[in-house]
Design a binder for this molecule. Structure first.
Ligand code: FES
Length: 124
């Protein structure tokens, strides 16, 4: 596997050891994303206002290793929240990280919580 991708592993909520305080909610555009640095890793955080939910994933797109997913388009595919890469429109589930185009690469997903107006990202 590519060494950049090896740095990113999905963190199930039950395995969170540390909640990283990212930024105030107001720093994240509605129905859009922003990039946050967590321990030298770029994490894309998505404020899915239309659903009233938040998601986080690796910022690097596994298609061409570009740090771009935070600038992608969020939407829904048969009830699954998804992010489409802004470069070549590969899409990934924001719940599981699964590639929704049927290719064998996926993205790492991280839990998000909101407390007292701040966004926190769950890490190992
Ligand atoms: S770099 Fe993301 S789809 Fe190509």
């Amino acid at each position: 596997m590519n060494s950049i991708l090896e740095q990113y592993k999905t963190v199930p909520e039950s395995e969170v050891k540390t909640w990283f305080k990212a930024a105030p909610v107001s720093k994240f555009p509605e129905n859009g994303g922003a990039c946050v640095k967590v321990n030298d890793k770029q994490i894309a955080v998505f404020n899915f206002t239309a659903e009233g939910k938040w998601y986080a994933s690796q910022n690097v797109c596994p298609h061409k290793m570009e740090m771009v997913l935070s600038r992608g388009m969020i939407g829904e595919d048969c009830g699954t929240p998804k992010i489409a890469c802004p470069l070549h429109k590969k899409t990934f589930s924001l719940e599981t990280g699964e590639n929704l185009n049927g290719e064998d690469y996926s993205i790492a997903i991280f839990p998000v919580k909101i407390e007292e107006g701040f966004v926190y990202i769950g890490t190992h």
